[in-house]
Design a protein around this ligand. Structure first.
Ligand code: BTN
Length: 251
């Protein structure tokens, strides 16, 4: 991976907040009144209104986990290719987990899974201008030291539950930045294809015959990759089916 001309600098500016509604919302407000430097991080010990994908909430006990957002200006990404950034960020999180000797997979589109449990999630919110991305707010939540979760969450797991022992959250945060930065640089240097290939190779349940549910049916299928629009490809009954957000339930 080419690390020359590296100029994103994730975390060089890091705004640390004791409490905020949502670090993504805070980043958006910041962007509405200023131009924070690229790579600015907003980190919070506690979010009162943490947001997850598809309008869900993101719960995280005070001071126990990583909840933060990164501001980027990826104008080199066309609006229709925003999923590439998501793929790069997920790979960065996977690289980071592997640096801790924790093997994870990516549950499409942006959950980080340890076996059948969710360790982290990503919520990217983009601003578009002239057909390409004007700004990107990359929100990341990773369960670190929390061991008790709301029973409504189906399958959470934390680093502590996996590895045992307490982690220092802010050390972990600083350790994570280079992994995300490297993948974003890889994307910026034109290696979208490599990112896509590695993302596909990292997919949770890749190549396994498993049960799924759509709004109309239950079926057995095999996840085989993603298309150039970032949608999930599943082989079922000898056909290749394409799924967008929220169209498929994993049984
Ligand atoms: C998901 O898996 O549903 C995505 C979760 C993203 C949560 C993070 S925590 C930091 C940032 N601020 C938010 O309000 N959400 C993201």
């Amino acid at each position: 991976m080419n690390s020359l001309h590296n100029n994103i600098c994730i975390g060089k500016v890091c705004i640390k907040l004791d409490e905020v509604d949502s670090t993504n919302s805070y980043a958006k407000q910041l962007l509405s009144k200023s131009k924070p430097s690229e790579g600015t991080v907003i980190f919070a010990h506690y979010q009162t209104g943490g947001r997850g994908q598809f309008g869900k909430t993101w719960e995280s006990d005070r001071g126990k986990n990583l909840t933060f957002s990164i501001i980027l200006y990826p104008s080199f990404i066309e609006a229709g290719k925003a999923h590439c950034l998501n793929q790069a960020v997920c790979l960065g999180l996977k690289d980071f987990a592997e640096s801790l000797d924790i093997s994870v997979r990516i549950k499409w589109p942006n959950d980080i899974y340890y076996h059948d449990k969710k360790l982290a999630g990503v919520l990217i919110e983009n601003g578009v201008m002239g057909g390409s991305l004007d700004y990107s707010i990359i929100g990341i939540g990773m369960n670190v030291n929390q061991t008790g979760f709301s029973p409504e969450l189906p399958n959470p797991v934390s680093l502590k539950m996996i590895a045992g022992g307490e982690f220092k959250t802010e050390e972990l945060l600083n350790g994570m930045f280079p992994f995300i930065e490297r993948r974003c640089e890889q994307l910026k240097n034109g290696h979208m294809r490599e990112i896509k290939n590695e993302y596909e190779d990292s997919l949770y349940r890749l190549g396994e015959k498993r049960h799924y549910q759509t709004a109309t049916e239950n079926f057995e299928g095999i996840i085989c990759g993603v298309n150039d629009e970032g949608q999930l490809l599943v082989e079922a009954n000898g056909k290749q089916c394409v799924f967008g957000n929220n169209e498929l339930v994993y049984l």
